[in-house]
Design a binder for this molecule. Structure first.
Ligand SMILES: NC(=O)c1ccc[n+]([C@@H]2O[C@H](COP(=O)([O-])OP(=O)(O)OC[C@H]3O[C@@H](n4cnc5c(N)ncnc54)[C@H](O)[C@@H]3O)[C@@H](O)[C@H]2O)c1
Length: 392
């Protein structure tokens, strides 16, 4: 049973993080193009077609049969094979690139050179730091808003919890813990790093880590690599890192007066009671203003962070806000990749300290073959029936 939070935890006014549906309704619609309309791209397309201030205008999809099917499903006639063809032919405001990771770099550069206002991609952003840098820099140089994608960091309640932490409602941050950092430290682990950086308002400055099983340290990909150790944050805070998923997988930020724990859901809030125990309190999060976008399948309750991520992206472009205002940015994806690479590097040196930012930008960490190349290339294609949405 949750106790009510003590007054000071909920008293401070919370500034709005996103514009409301009413505010968005009067805006001119931004024209959106999707690049890579497979399993994940179709979720992005569903969101964009439901928002009042965006119009799904074009799709670039490599697979001929799927391109035709998704064109019919989303009633989009402007269909192209790839990003260069799409941005040459269509005047777009936003381009969302949801291809497998290998193809993200070229598509981001093509969209940036075409002069769109905003580009979004997904995780992991790249294998090499050099490629991630090139994407972030290409957008920054042209003042293009560069968003991340479907990351837990973008969840409404996680953003509210981070805002409360920044306002000092839970007291000073004293330490942090990451649990369950393993299995896919770039592909899935980027979620942990992105949430940690958000909740602590800090970057990872140094890592000292160990990895197992030993054979995973010799391979190019992050598959199966488990990490233990510690990260020192740019604010001086120490973060313990555990591969173990018990008692939870996620991120806990400890403060003078309690703790915030993100574990793949709305963050839980704990207060330190008189007896010294951390007791869970009701965080009383304000309602997510875009919840109704999830009312119809195939979107579900659990897709709230995709909607929140896209809303913060659309708001940034409409309101002329910088990429740093985003719930999740391309920069955040790059920082997550860098921490994963540094952790593997340190693990290969028996926990020897590795300072960030890494000087050698040619360093890389391959994601799993599915993430890198997509379902068609690894024998797990999405069927035309699934792509049509009929089975959802
Ligand atoms: N954030 C998340 O929660 C999450 C979840 C699943 C997947 N992903 C990421 O999304 C990406 C795509 O995964 P998926 O499950 O949709 O894969 P998928 O194989 O189902 O779809 C990828 C699609 O991109 C198309 N494609 C490939 N190269 C292209 C190119 N150059 N131009 C245009 N289209 C191209 C393919 O034909 C395919 O239809 C991966 O990087 C994956 O890691 C993220």
């Amino acid at each position: 049973m949750l106790c009510s939070a003590a007054a000071p935890l909920t008293a401070a006014p919370e500034p709005p993080l996103l514009t409301t549906p009413e505010q968005a309704a009067g805006r001119k619609k931004l024209r959106v193009g999707i690049v890579g309309c497979g399993r994940m791209g179709q979720y992005f397309a569903e969101v964009y077609r439901r928002l009042p201030d965006t119009e799904l205008a074009a799709i670039a999809e490599w697979n001929d049969e799927r391109r035709k099917v998704v064109g019919e499903r989303f009633q989009v006639g402007a269909l192209f094979k790839d990003a260069p063809a799409m941005v040459r032919a269509e005047k777009l405001d936003l381009v969302a690139i949801i291809t497998p990771t290998k193809f993200m770099h070229d598509a981001v550069i093509a969209a940036a050179e075409a002069g769109v206002k905003g580009i979004a991609t997904d995780k992991p952003i790249a294998a090499s730091l050099a490629n991630a840098d090139a994407m972030v820099d290409a957008c920054a140089r042209r003042k293009i808003v560069f968003a991340g994608g479907n990351l837990q960091r973008a969840r409404w309640q996680t953003q509210v919890a981070a805002q409360r932490l920044r306002q000092g409602r839970y007291g000073r941050i004293t330490s942090a813990t990451v649990m369950g950092f393993g299995g896919e430290i770039s592909g899935g682990g980027c979620q942990h790093v992105a949430v940690l950086r958000l909740l602590t308002s800090a970057d990872v400055a140094q890592v000292e880590t160990w990895g197992f099983p030993a054979k995973t340290l010799a391979q190019e990909s992050d598959q199966g690599l488990m990490i233990n150790g510690r990260w020192r944050l740019s604010t001086g805070i120490e973060c313990s890192v555990f591969a173990d998923r018990e008692p939870f997988s996620g991120v806990q930020v400890n403060t003078e007066r309690g703790a915030i724990r993100w574990s793949w859901n709305a963050p839980r809030v704990f207060e330190i009671a008189r007896d010294g125990a951390r007791r869970e309190v009701d965080p009383a999060y304000p309602a997510f203003p875009w919840r109704h976008v999830l009312d119809k399948p195939p979107l579900r309750e659990g897709d709230d962070y995709l909607v929140a991520s896209i809303r913060s992206f659309v708001d940034a472009v409409h309101l002329g806000r910088p990429s740093s205002s985003l719930f999740v940015s391309g920069h955040d994806l790059r920082q997550s990749l860098e921490v994963a690479i540094a952790s593997k590097l340190s693990a290969g040196k028996e926990g020897g300290p590795v300072a960030l930012p890494l000087k050698d930008r040619s360093l890389a960490l391959m994601p799993t073959a599915y993430r890198w190349l997509g379902g068609d290339a690894v024998g797990s294609p999405q069927s035309a029936t699934d792509a049509s949405g009929e089975t959802q």
